[in-house]
Design a protein around this ligand. Structure first.
Ligand code: 3EB
Length: 320
């Protein structure tokens, strides 16, 4: 198993990361997600097969086990004229850090930022974030492609960008969704620079495969489906997740995913649970968080981790 993710474990030392929801405070032992919890666990615990040690490089800190690195970086004073430059600098530092620490393959990135939908047209914070991110990772994206990613708004008063990530000593495989235009090929209407992320990323190790699913919303082709209808958007999002799992040769119904569900309007909580519960595999667990989705007509987004069976005929690592 490359790594495992569980909700609601008692605070314990060790592991790759303890992700704490509804928190603004990064500590050497915790990775904050600055979004209010509407339902579910206060934390996510990422564990690894090997012993984990703290690592640090410049503004990036985290834990690593020799195969995987879970790290974080907080950008303060995000908003203002320098937003693109600040994001670009943060991403450049991120990629410098994973190189220097010996985990050069970026697998998965979460971006939680203040005021994501503030500003009109190309001046919207999310679109400017995309410009900065693209500048910061220019030349740095390797053969394995872009990482999986999430970009969600919240903690508007914090005026900050909370980046957390998983990087690997070895690359895995970036994955696209056949129902969706790749985000990095979105047309101009969505902003001056298309979003730099893959729909998912698959890592294989120790005979196991793990799919890290990007933020998945009600987008088919490149268009928003079902504006104004949260239940229908959930249906479309789950179809997209199912297709993504199928693209990784998995069977959605037989997975036990650990999900983060982001909801724009806390008043949609009950409608969301009603729509979501029957669509998820029985082994699924999720936390519901209050967050703004990067397109203002999107009401809900879902990301998470799926453990998949090893593909038939694939070599299992030797040496055990
Ligand atoms: C979409 O499908 C919804 O910019 O990192 C989802 C996941 C979305 C990640 C990102 C944006 C990002 O286009 C938006």
């Amino acid at each position: 198993m490359p790594f495992d993710v569980q909700f609601d474990t008692p605070a314990s030392a060790g592991g790759l990361a303890r992700v704490v929801f509804d928190s603004l405070k990064a500590t050497p032992h915790t990775v904050p997600v600055p979004l209010q919890i509407l339902r579910g666990s206060p934390n996510e615990h990422w564990t690894a097969a090997e012993h984990c040690e703290p690592v640090e490089h410049g503004p990036v800190s985290g834990h690593a086990d020799g195969h995987w690195l879970f790290g974080q970086l907080v950008v303060n004073d995000l908003l203002g004229e320098q937003l693109e430059q600040r994001v670009a600098a943060a991403y450049a530092e991120l990629y410098q850090a994973i190189d220097a620490l010996g985990y050069p393959h970026m697998l998965r990135v979460w971006n939680y930022m203040s005021c994501i939908n503030q500003g009109a047209g190309d001046s919207e914070v999310y679109k400017r974030f995309c410009v900065g991110r693209a500048q910061g990772i220019a030349q740095r994206v390797r053969g394995s492609g872009y990482p999986a990613a999430t970009a969600i708004g919240g903690a508007d008063d914090a005026n900050a960008l909370y980046i957390s990530f998983v990087a690997g000593k070895q690359a895995g495989e970036a994955l696209e969704n056949p129902r969706q235009v790749s985000a990095y090929h979105y047309p101009r209407q969505y902003g001056p620079r298309s979003p730099s992320f893959a729909r998912g990323y698959v890592v294989t190790s120790g005979g196991q495969r793990v799919l890290l699913a990007s933020g998945t919303a009600s987008v088919a082709g490149h268009e928003t489906k079902w504006p104004g209808d949260v239940a229908a958007q959930i249906g479309e999002s789950v179809i997209n997740l199912r297709e993504l799992v199928a693209a990784a040769d998995g069977d959605f119904a037989n997975t036990r995913p650990i999900l983060r569900v982001y909801l724009r309007d806390a008043g949609d909580l009950e409608a969301t649970e009603r729509a979501l519960e029957p669509l998820l595999p029985s082994g699924a667990s999720y936390v519901l968080l209050r967050g703004d989705i990067c397109r203002s007509d999107l009401l809900v987004e879902i990301d998470g981790v799926f453990h998949l069976p090893l593909l038939g005929g694939e070599a299992v690592e030797h040496g055990e």
